[in-house]
Design a protein around this ligand. Structure first.
Ligand code: TTP
Ligand code: MG
Length: 358
């Protein structure tokens, strides 16, 4: 029986700041760039969320929504060091751990239940108790709260960790997985970004339940992603946890509902993908030295082209400009595209001088 857990820290950067500065506790704390330099919110405490403040919102907007908020600049290095301590605790409970971002990791608990003969749902429930133990240890040793989801696969475990945040343990029973997925937005499925979600919404598919009930073959709408999407909507996900070291690249890609060479469509997609990548980079507290563009044509021929930059970059605009440059220089849009992707690699710690922009 496969038993997978997903841990996600609660309001990570903000909780860290609240732990470090006791006066901040119980108050709306907003971590992000400065309003004057058009900075955005990295995250905010749950107290600030009551005012409507959210990640990725311009700090200026956050200031309007929550004028009494405590505004703090992010400290990437400190968060990464904290993340390493949390991971150490996790590794003592399971040797199979895959960290996916600065505040998030999957871990495998199957070994605890190898010879367990109880029904699957009972086993998952017991795994929930192990997760509770880990959560208590993190609270005691790091004074930070987290949420952990437990289920039969990675996708469900991640969805579970988000179901009852903050400070929650959520188990998705195997017998109820399809039902629990039903009301959730299609965006909860990995690989469904804003573009795919919109393409689905146009055909009336808004929730995962809508995918479950769809009579038509979704490949009309999302191409080869269709069958995968159907599986995910039913709660099926065969991915294995990858035992990795540091993350080596970050990317985002989208398959078009119809092959396209239209410049405005490609440009706006590129902007969206660049924003996506920049956001992940920001979350990882990293900059990048390489920008990669991936294209796939109607006949499935796939090309990737990259450039190495002299100075590390981390902003969406910079990634977008580099990607446009690659597309033009390599004449990649000689035919309509089925898929367009943008990525960054050669990740490096942020340049302290660049941090002064905040
Ligand atoms: P999340 O886990 O998405 O958010 P969170 O931990 O702050 O809050 P939640 O309780 O909802 O999990 O992201 C983890 C950290 O990554 C977050 O603390 C700050 C950073 N981050 C950004 O810098 N920009 C972003 O847009 C997001 C979403 C997160
Ligand atoms: Mg989190």
């Amino acid at each position: 029986m496969r038993v997978i857990a997903h841990l996600d820290m609660d309001a990570f950067f903000a909780s860290y700041e609240q732990r470090e500065t006791p006066e901040y506790r119980g108050k709306p704390v907003i971590v992000g760039g400065s309003a004057e330099s058009r900075g955005v919110v990295s995250t905010c405490s749950y107290e600030a969320r009551k005012f409507g403040v959210r990640s990725a919102m311009p700090t200026k907007t956050a200031l309007k929504l929550c004028p009494e908020g405590i505004f703090v600049r992010p400290r990437g290095e400190a968060y990464r060091a904290e993340s390493a301590e949390i991971l150490k605790i996790l590794r003592e409970s399971s040797p199979i751990v895959e960290q996916v971002s600065v505040d998030e990791a999957y871990f495998d608990l199957s070994a605890y239940f190898e010879n367990d003969r109880r029904p699957y749902d009972r086993v998952l429930e017991s795994a929930g108790e192990i997760a509770r133990g880990i959560q208590s240890r993190i609270a005691a040793e790091r004074q930070l709260t987290c949420s952990i989801g437990v289920a039969s696969n990675m996708m469900l475990a991640k969805i579970a960790s988000d179901l009852r945040k903050p400070n929650a343990i959520a188990v998705i029973p195997e017998s109820q997985k399809a039902q629990i997925l039903r009301p959730l937005s299609t965006r909860a499925l990995s690989g469904v970004g804003p573009v795919t979600a919109e393409a689905l919404a146009v055909t009336g598919i808004v929730t995962i339940g809508d995918i479950q009930d769809a009579q038509t073959d979704l490949s009309e709408v999302v191409g080869s992603f269709g069958p995968v999407l159907r599986d995910m909507a039913m709660g099926i996900d065969e991915r294995e946890i990858e035992l990795d070291g540091e993350r080596k690249s970050i990317s985002s890609e989208t398959t078009f509902p119809r092959d396209t060479a239209q410049r405005d469509v490609l440009r706006s997609t590129l902007r969206e993908l660049s924003r996506d990548v920049a956001q992940t980079l920001d979350r990882e507290a990293c900059n990048a030295l390489t920008v990669v563009v991936k294209v796939r044509y109607g006949n499935f021929k796939t090309l990737t082209r990259q450039i190495r930059l002299a100075d590390p970059l981390d902003g969406a605009d910079e990634i977008y400009r580099a990607a446009c440059f690659i597309l033009a220089k390599e004449k990649l849009v000689s035919r309509p595209l089925r898929l367009l992707g943008v990525g960054v690699a050669t990740l490096v710690p942020p340049n302290p001088q660049l941090r002064l922009r905040f």
